[in-house]
Write a protein that binds this ligand. Structure first.
Ligand code: ATP
Length: 321
């Protein structure tokens, strides 16, 4: 093997640069050339590429976002689009591909492998932590820290004004961020898509908290919960007659300098991905389970469900008395 390619795709996540850096530097050490594909699958079809050497990734480990840029491509969802992309890879002499992204990006990588016989390895790069086969995804830890920082600040103002804050955090299909943030931020209530408590139950819990002497409340809602934070706020206002505010944290959770954990995770997985390609392993995601590098067949990463930690869920409830 002489040349591999790397790309980032789908939503950006802090730590993607650390993963690119690890792929580039491990490849250099092992005598491989690396082609960086810009704008994900779009760049693969449009020939938007650049050679990456060890110095090109200097000073990137601490930077959020992705130096290779990212995109979502409709064209790549068709076999015709993927045939063009694979033809380009062959023209460039690419013998293996590292895809850093979420489950959508992994679907694309899987098809590239099965239809076009391109060896691929996926690296879990998404803040949602919703991929089976890794305890944590690259970017998740940083996103939790960012959301927690915002909640700590909201609690200051909530406590001073004796007000209820309903905070929406990211997580379209998964409540991982919401749960961690709720426990770490001492939230009074948490709603996740996996376990949508009836809003009435949450309202009742907020009300009973006020009766027990709580002067302010933080309610964390994952964006995937029907109606989002605003529906919860309205129900609370109707039931209590008190003022409540909604804060949607949104895209700030995607940005920022990656945490130490995300940098270490990305570095380990990037190194392991290159070594795996050299060993002719492909069609898998490289993840970390119990602090050991593991490989999971790409379809399993989206077909098998990574449930939220139920103990954590119960812990959030127990500690919010
Ligand atoms: P995130 O979880 O952060 O949103 P993601 O990788 O899941 O990241 P998507 O937008 O779902 O983000 O997917 C990224 C790209 O992967 C899509 O724009 C598309 O080009 C490709 N892709 C997604 N699903 C498929 C599919 N079923 N078949 C082929 N390609 C796909």
């Amino acid at each position: 093997m002489k040349k591999i390619a790397v790309l980032t795709s789908g939503g950006d996540a802090p730590g993607m640069n650390a993963a690119i850096r690890a792929v580039v530097r491990t490849s250099h050490t092992r005598g491989l050339e690396v082609l960086g594909i810009r704008r994900g699958y779009t760049g693969m079809m449009d020939k938007d590429v650049t050679i990456l050497g060890p110095r090109d990734v200097a000073n990137t480990i601490q930077r959020g976002g992705t130096i290779l840029l990212t995109a979502r491509s409709h064209r790549f969802r068709s076999p015709e689009g993927r045939a063009i992309a694979a033809q380009n890879l062959r023209e460039w002499g690419v013998e293996g591909l590292v895809v850093i992204g979420g489950d959508g990006s992994f679907h694309g990588a899987h098809y590239l492998q099965t239809e076009q016989n391109i060896p691929v390895i996926g690296l879990p790069g998404t803040i949602d932590n919703d991929l089976y086969g890794t305890d944590y995804t690259i970017g998740y830890d940083t996103a939790v820290m960012t959301a927690l920082d915002a909640i700590d600040k909201l609690r200051d103002t909530g406590a001073s004004h004796e007000r209820i804050f309903v905070v929406e955090v990211m997580g379209r299909h998964a409540g991982h961020i919401a749960l961690d943030v709720a426990v770490a931020g001492g939230a009074e209530e948490v709603l996740i898509p996996e376990d949508p408590l009836a809003i009435e139950q949450v309202v009742a819990s907020v009300k009973s908290g006020l009766e027990r002497g709580k002067s302010s409340s933080i309610v964390v809602v994952a964006e995937g919960v029907e109606g989002g934070a605003e529906a919860v706020r309205k129900a609370i206002v109707e039931a209590t007659g008190l003022e409540a505010r909604t804060t949607i944290l949104g895209h700030i959770q995607r940005g920022g300098s990656p945490s130490a954990r995300d940098r270490v995770l990305a570095s380990r997985l990037g190194e392991a991905a290159v070594n795996a390609l050299i060993d002719r392993v492909s069609g898998v995601m490289c993840g970390l389970v119990n602090n050991n590098v593991t490989f999971t067949a790409l379809p399993d990463t989206w077909e098998k469900r990574k449930d939220v930690n139920r103990d954590l869920y119960n812990c959030a409830k127990t500690l919010s008395i």
